[in-house]
Design a binder for this molecule. Structure first.
Ligand SMILES: [Zn+2]
Length: 261
């Protein structure tokens, strides 16, 4: 009899555990909300919804099918099929890099890494962005990429196609932390929105802001172009949360936070 009860207890515990685990999961490139105490000054990104405070934890694309550890919680990153995109780049020097270009691209990648790793804690977004360009989405987040039929890193940004000269606005208040003319990204801008939320803008034809400048939500930062490695004029828009590239579409979806809370 005692044995039977023990087995039953173990079975019930397992069922409860499985259920608990089933809830702690989310899509790659999205965020997972963790309830936190309101009175503590949080370094990481938090939002307040109906008086409750949540830390939003980024779920990395690269951790699909795995658990990530956040404090005492394990959060499962669901495996998702984002589809694929095949593009042709005619200029082969932009695909197979010379030593000089490879060195340049590496140096620039280090600059970008540095720019996205530091951020202000003086201002904070409500996690609802404006769409930075009025245009058509031409490539979504997460697509497997093939350039001239060779597999490349996945596309962890959002492409919005629009004619050269279309204005690009800042989706949120922030500080311009990096501007450059880069091998892959062309004319490039990075904005710090505070608490680990950072955005970047590639391939601009014109840039109208300066490093160190504070910009308002909706303020013009530049114009769409086709500088760097591109197939046509578009904005390649990247959103980072704690240095992890998340899906920019969740930031412009008014109902996103309600859907996960
Ligand atoms: Zn892109």
């Amino acid at each position: 009899m005692l044995k039977k009860i023990n087995y039953l207890t173990i079975f019930l515990c397992l069922v409860v555990q499985i259920n608990l685990h089933a809830k702690l999961q989310g899509n790659p490139g999205e965020v997972f909300p963790i309830l936190v105490k309101p009175n503590i000054a949080h370094k990481n990104f938090t939002v307040e919804i109906d008086g409750s405070h949540y830390e939003l934890v980024a779920l990395p694309f690269s951790k699909q099918g795995e658990y990530i550890e956040v404090g005492d919680k394990n959060i499962y990153v669901i495996e998702k099929d984002f589809g694929e995109s095949r593009i042709t780049i005619q200029d082969s020097s932009k695909v197979t890099l010379s030593d000089k270009d490879a060195q340049r691209a590496y140096k620039e990648s280090q600059l970008i890494k540095k720019a996205i790793s530091k951020y202000s804690t003086q201002f904070k977004s409500n996690f609802k962005f404006l769409k930075p360009v009025d245009g058509l989405i031409s490539s979504r987040y997460g697509k497997k990429r093939y350039i001239n039929e060779f597999p490349r890193s996945p596309h962890l940004a959002l492409d919005i196609a629009a004619p050269t000269g279309t204005k690009i606005i800042s989706p949120e208040f922030g500080e311009i932390v990096l501007i450059g003319d880069f091998f892959y990204s062309g004319n490039y801008v990075v904005i710090d929105h505070g608490h680990g939320l950072v955005t970047s803008y590639s391939h601009l034809s014109e840039v109208f802001v300066k490093e160190g400048q504070f910009i308002d939500k909706g303020q013009k930062i530049g114009e769409v172009g086709s500088t760097g490695r591109v197939t046509g004029p578009h904005l390649h828009w990247t959103v980072y949360l704690n240095q992890i590239r998340i899906n920019p579409e969740i930031m412009i979806d008014e109902d996103y936070l309600d859907s996960i809370l």
